[in-house]
Write a protein that binds this ligand. Sequence first.
Ligand code: DAH
Length: 341
Amino acid sequence: MLNELDQLETQAIGELEAVGDAQALEAWRVKYLGTKGRLKAIMPRIKDVSASEKPAVGKRLNVLKQRLGAAFDEKTAIIERQSGRQAGPMIDVTEPGLLCGQGRRHVITRTIDEITEVFARMGFSVVYGPEIEDEWHNFDALNIPKDHPARDPIDNFYLERPDPASAPARPGGGLMLRSQTSTVQIRTMAKVKPPLKVISVGRVYRPDTHDATHYSMFHQVEGLYVDHNVTMVDLKTTLFQFARAYFGPEAEVRMRPSFFPFTEPSAEVDMKMKVKGQWQWVELGGCGMVDPNVYEAVGYDPEEWTGFAFGLGIERIAMRKYGIADIRWLFENDARFLRQF
Ligand code: DAH
């Protein structure tokens, strides 16, 4: 019986090798593996095998069944491939590969770099200041009196000291997240003797309720120029040149009288820029001539030095320039949005 099974295997495999198409393959399957096939026909004869041989024969039969089944599957795959049908997953080797996602700068970072470059060409160097600030730099030194509404806790992120007993707050020494980059004017003047010409770009924080135009964190660019005989003409010329260089040769600048404690006189700055193809006036921030009280706070002689300062909102610039309707989109970090810029 064992011999017979060996012979059956040799014969079946031999015939399978000769099979060349689906029809022959099906005929082979019926002959060997079918319900009336050779393998099935052998089964009833097991009962005639002697008890001592039975386990070996049973085992051999199982092996034979497996081998023929495996050989059949293999041949099926070969025949399908030959006839153009796919056995495995479709792979089109001529298709172009997937591109790896390429990183890029955030649209705000890009705007900051562009703005910085324009001011650098006008001779401004870049300085930085901390985002955690004390009230002296954020308010007192900027001539903002103790009872000024800009200090209202509702409009500022004041920080609690970890241990007020061991670190008692000096007057004006309470900590907060800076609400404006004008703080860096103070930090720079306190360190550097005039003349100086600097810009500072960075984050500022105010507890605004988030909506399409408000966010509790945004960016400003602050400018400061202190020298002998600096006038409002220099201020307007600087802003005008920035507008032309950044928004194009048709851009314009408008200054509207206003009030800021750290400048006298003060003005609001509007720039005429292209918004969705239309030229429009957009309010960007404030500016003015540095107030003598500010010079005194940092130890500059107000009789000797003159200067201008300005502060512009970066998001306002970027949103108009790139047609972004909602400030929240800038900080949700949705790659589908950010990839567009
Ligand atoms: N710090 C002001 C703000 O956040 C903007 C500003 C106004 C900055 C006038 C200046 C300035 O330097 O001179 O609203």
